[in-house]
Design a protein around this ligand. Structure first.
Ligand code: ADP
Ligand SMILES: N[C@@H](CCOP(=O)(O)O)C(=O)O
Length: 320
């Protein structure tokens, strides 16, 4: 389970006493998620989530808190950091940067449906539009340099045909950048809007969480990330075309893509698949000597299958 930093009862009581949250009643580590340590906290005033950032140092975190604050200001239900009784939203807990946010109603969905994909397509376009005037522009920490370096480091660990696929796709990506980079609209993107980063109450989206891959990047890349997770049959890697059409149609109804975005779309689907195949491979190899940590990791093969499927067939954006 993904609790990398353990807090005792007395640690937690001391922390809660520093917020206007009443008395601590109980707390519980959250097993979902692989990147950060998360705890549910119940206090006499309600339910909250404590996040300890395991991948970022203190100075890197304010950007993400600012993205969320901006989107909250625009009316989205997103987890803004609560202010402690020293006036701070970010603090250090057990050596890690940490925040407390409201715990949202609703729960994780078991899987997606045509209707949830339609809804997500619409909301994603609205998120992109709302992020256009966010003034801070941070490059992704899993962007171009990361995947060039990581693919080189990981390739020798793979089977020859996997290494070939990985390096060939990175090379294709380098050519793509040279041809398209300047032409594609960028904005503030979520960067990891998998369906396990949304909460639903019935068929209503109640919140979007986990903005810690947010960055300034191609908007279509974000849509491709979402499509690859929400609209894929994970056994085969193939797209579910009913979900795909529902999401794409809802997105383009809200935000019309440019000609360059339409041309670049098949590449986006492959680049988005490559990015998560590579991050899962990196996490997998980083954890391979620690069985407990290895068991928590997401399966890289899922995204290898998705990438292979998008190499075989990547549908166009507008022929719906
Ligand atoms: N604000 C919140 N409200 C309700 N549940 C939350 C909230 N934040 C996190 N969670 C729960 O914790 C899980 C892990 O959180 P997540 O941010 O995805 O972790 P990680 O940063 O490790 O990816 C989520 O899947 C969700 O069940
Ligand atoms: N969504 C990514 C990595 C982060 O996963 P999370 O469960 O911690 O949100 C993946 O599935 O590889």
């Amino acid at each position: 389970m993904a609790v990398y930093t353990t807090l005792t009862d007395s640690d937690m009581r001391g922390l809660v006493a520093d917020y206007y949250l009443g008395e601590l009643v109980s707390f519980q580590g959250i097993s979902g998620g692989v990147e950060n340590t998360n705890y549910f906290l119940t206090t006499t005033t309600g339910k909250y989530v404590l996040t300890l950032f395991e991948e970022f140092e203190f100075d890197e975190v304010p950007y993400f808190l600012d993205v969320v604050a901006h989107l909250k200001h625009k009316g989205f239900n997103v987890p803004a950091a609560l202010i402690d009784n020293h006036g701070e939203r970010l603090r250090t807990v057990k050596g890690r940067p940490a925040i407390i946010v409201d715990c949202f109603a609703g729960g994780l969905i078991d899987g997606t449906s045509v209707e949830s994909c339609r809804l997500m397509g619409k909301v994603l376009a609205q998120l992109h539009t709302a992020g256009m005037d966010f003034p801070e522009h941070r490059e992704s920490h899993r962007g171009i340099e990361w995947w060039r370096n990581t693919s080189k480091a990981i390739a020798p660990e793979l089977e020859p045909e996997q290494a070939h696929l990985l390096l060939a796709q990175v090379a294709e990506f380098d050519t793509f950048i040279a041809d398209y980079d300047d032409q594609l609209p960028k904005g503030t993107i979520h960067g990891d809007l998998f369906y396990n980063n949304t909460l639903f109450e019935g068929d209503q989206l109640s919140a979007i969480i986990d903005f810690y891959n947010a960055c300034y990047a191609w908007l279509m890349y974000d849509l491709a990330i979402v499509i690859n997770d929400w609209c894929t049959d994970f056994e085969t890697g193939e797209l579910d075309m009913d979900k795909y059409h529902a999401m794409i149609n809802a997105y383009v109804h809200e935000r019309e893509p440019s000609a360059a975005e339409i041309m670049a779309w098949p590449h986006m689907l492959r680049i988005a698949a490559l990015r998560f195949w590579l991050s899962r491979l990196e996490a997998w190899h980083g954890a391979k000597d620690d069985p407990e940590r290895l068991a928590q990791q997401h399966d890289p093969m899922e995204f290898q299958r998705i990438l292979e499927a998008r190499v075989r067939f990547a549908p166009s954006l507008m022929e719906n």
